[in-house]
Design a binder for this molecule. Structure first.
Ligand code: PEP
Length: 257
């Protein structure tokens, strides 16, 4: 089976202006169209989504970075999945470590996933341990994240969900971050699939992306040796040239497999 790799850029709170966002998006879109063996998306700040979604195409989709756990009402500053869906935004990151650091718990993230699925949005659920010291505790940590974030989600909904394993210690904005290896990712991907299969009672295959300081030098390792189904790319997605290199690497891997 030759499933397309999924490459999503997470722009976080960047760039500074709509003009820059449009220029970056358009530079990526121009090149992304050449690489058919990969699905590419940009997770942009809410305020840019209406304009960027007008520019989206078959080769470049637009995604949110977060959604509200609530349907509507008195939730100042929040954006609901109904609002995003009404603007044809079909994808969103949920549970990113930078939001967990602001206090989002697994239970809260679980409500957000249910909210996304209710309007047929596709959530990218981020999981990952804060640190890697001695022992294997990080496996149990990620297991709890998955079990609690997906509690009550029916098996039929898994086809709409993607998991991104992003060890916080490897994210570029983490102080003194270290590079994860393809072997680190591969171990976790196998483990995540086991956790899901145990939860649902049968083997289930949810795509697992890798995220954490991905660039054009290490992307191939995570995709080939690590077996990642795709990549969630932060810092490198802000430089169209770097991001397009990563897209071209993912395309070449699928084309040659
Ligand atoms: C992220 O925070 O989702 C991320 C992957 O960031 P970076 O690539 O900059 O480490």
């Amino acid at each position: 089976m030759n499933t397309k790799k999924l490459i999503i850029g997470n722009w976080k709170m960047n760039p500074k202006t709509l003009a820059l966002a449009k220029a970056q998006f358009s530079a990526i879109k121009k090149e992304a169209g050449k690489y058919k063996m990969v699905s590419v998306g940009i997770s942009a700040p809410y305020i840019f989504l209406p304009e960027l979604s007008k520019m989206a195409s078959a080769s470049l989709f637009v995604s949110a970075q977060n959604i509200s756990s609530e349907k509507e009402g008195a939730h100042t500053g929040e954006v609901s999945s109904d609002m995003l869906s009404s603007m044809k935004i079909r994808n969103t990151i949920i549970g990113h470590s930078e939001r967990r650091a602001l206090g989002e718990t697994n239970d809260f993230i679980n409500k957000k996933i249910k909210s996304a699925l209710r309007t047929k949005m596709n959530p990218v659920l981020c999981v990952g341990e804060l640190e890697r010291d001695s022992g294997m505790w990080y496996l149990g940590f990620v297991k709890t994240q998955i079990e609690e974030c997906l509690a009550g989600i029916p098996k039929a909904s898994l086809k709409n969900i993607v998991i991104a394993y992003e060890p916080v210690w490897a994210i570029s904005s983490t102080e003194n971050h270290r590079e994860a290896t393809p072997a680190d990712f591969q171990e976790m991907k196998i483990y995540i699939q086991k956790v899901l299969s145990d939860m649902y009672g049968t083997p289930v295959h949810v795509p697992v992306l890798y995220g954490g300081s991905v660039d054009e030098k290490n992307a191939k390792g995570f995709l080939v040796e690590g077996g990642a189904d795709g990549l969630l790319v932060g810092r490198s997605s802000l430089t169209p040239k770097k991001f397009v290199s990563i897209i071209s690497i993912a395309h070449a891997i699928n084309q040659n497999s």
